[in-house]
Ligand binder design. Structure first.
Ligand code: HEM
Length: 366
């Protein structure tokens, strides 16, 4: 029997079609992308069907109205609760394999920066912005210069997950032919990995993948090794760009930085811990692709004051250099310069908070 097409399902179909059109339009304006992105895959359409907050917002009233009219409320009854969760071991393994293929260490700095520019638009007072994948719609803003390179890595990682899934028979049950004999265990493992990859390709929103990619960036450069497993998934992607002008400027004095982070609902302490991300990249805080506490040791050493330092203006951002001028920030900088393990712990905690700012969680199913 053909299931009855409710107003809710019609709305979701419309939203899915609109999401697909939106993606096509977004891709066409990205002149920095060398090759045109692949057309939307089945999993991408499915993800948009169940993920976007717009779909959730439209679906909820429609389902409620249907129930109130005494219509079969199967969809509402079957809908799982919206609760984020960490990735399971086979999912983590599949994701690590995809990152290994698509996100080399050299991309770590831009990936970690992409996370801040996605989530850092959250404004507690306004109640909007945050970790919602909207940075993909904001790549032409001046403050996001250079981030298209990072977004391309996110797209490549998704394609890699889809490739892994296809290579193992689409991850569906019985997708792989019988391995036979001694290959049976190997085949079973490949099937499990493929199923995990297939599940991930549709499970992960763009916001999820950005948050996970930043954790991968930290791990692959020698930072806290358990960060990927701490990032919960289930973020709904925004359909429209976040308001502009919310990220702090590189000329900000410490008080302005603290105020900007407090507006995001992050504390001064979390701001100092997260700023240690600048250990990655080419601003002169040690090796550009080694995540360690050299950001803090360099801030205390003040090499830009040393007349023998070549091109001293290339070291640190003005906002970084001013940070030790604030007594609260200085105390934290000194602690992290002395104790890298403390920095790693505090950075991880703050990173998890950053990547959940303003997140609107969608139902994930079992
Ligand atoms: C405290 C306020 C912050 C300001 C004012 C700021 C500003 C900047 C600026 C101007 C750059 C240089 C971009 C370029 O090279 O063109 C940069 C780089 C970077 N930022 Fe921040 N940032 C801040 C906080 C953060 C946070 C919280 C994170 C991540 C948790 C982060 C991650 C990065 C990374 C990894 C880079 C290096 C990117 C690369 O070399 O490709 N930043 N930041």
């Amino acid at each position: 029997m053909t299931p009855r097409r409710t107003g809710a399902t019609r709305l979701v179909a419309v939203v899915a079609a609109a999401a697909a059109r939106r993606d096509d339009a977004g891709a066409a304006t990205d002149d920095d992308v060398a090759s045109q992105p692949a057309p939307l895959s089945r999993s991408a359409v499915l993800r948009r069907l169940v993920a976007p907050s717009l779909a959730a917002a439209l679906l909820a009233p429609a389902v409620a109205a249907a129930a109130a009219q005494g219509a079969t409320a199967t969809a509402a009854a079957a809908a799982p609760a919206a609760s984020p969760r960490a990735l399971r071991p086979p999912e983590l393994a599949a994701l690590r394999a995809a990152f290994a293929a698509a996100a080399p260490k050299s991309k770590a700095p831009v990936l970690l920066r992409l996370v801040f520019h996605d989530a850092g638009t959250f404004d507690r007072a306004a109640g909007d912005g945050g970790a919602n994948g909207s940075v993909r719609l904001e790549l032409d803003r001046p403050e996001n210069g250079g981030l298209k390179r990072g977004w391309r890595v996110i797209e490549a990682t998704r394609r890699e997950l889809e490739k892994q899934a296809a290579a193992s028979g689409g991850g569906g049950s019985g997708g792989l032919g019988g391995g036979g004999g001694g290959n049976a265990a190997k085949t079973a493992a490949a099937t499990t990995a493929g199923q995990a990859a297939a599940g991930l390709a549709s499970l992960l929103s763009d916001g999820d993948l950005i948050a996970l990619a930043g954790a991968h960036a930290v791990e692959v450069t020698g930072g806290p090794a358990d960060l990927l497993g701490r990032v919960r998934v289930g973020r709904a992607d925004a359909a429209t760009p976040d308001p502009a002008g919310r990220l702090p400027s590189e000329d900000s004095a410490p008080a302005a930085l603290v105020a900007a982070f407090e507006a995001m609902s992050l504390s001064a302490g979390e701001m100092v811990a997260l700023s240690g991300a600048h250990t990655l990249g080419t601003k002169g805080f040690g090796d550009p692709v080694t995540f360690d506490n050299s950001y803090y040791t360099t801030l205390l050493a003040r090499p830009w004051d040393d007349p023998k330092t070549p091109m001293p203006t290339m070291i640190g951002l003005p906002s970084d250099r001013m940070l030790p001028g604030d007594a609260r920030c200085l105390a934290a900088i000194e602690r992290y310069a002395r104790d890298q393990a403390l920095f790693f712990g505090d950075f991880s905690d703050a990173y998890v908070r950053l990547t959940e700012l303003g997140a609107s969680w969608r139902p994930l199913g079992a």
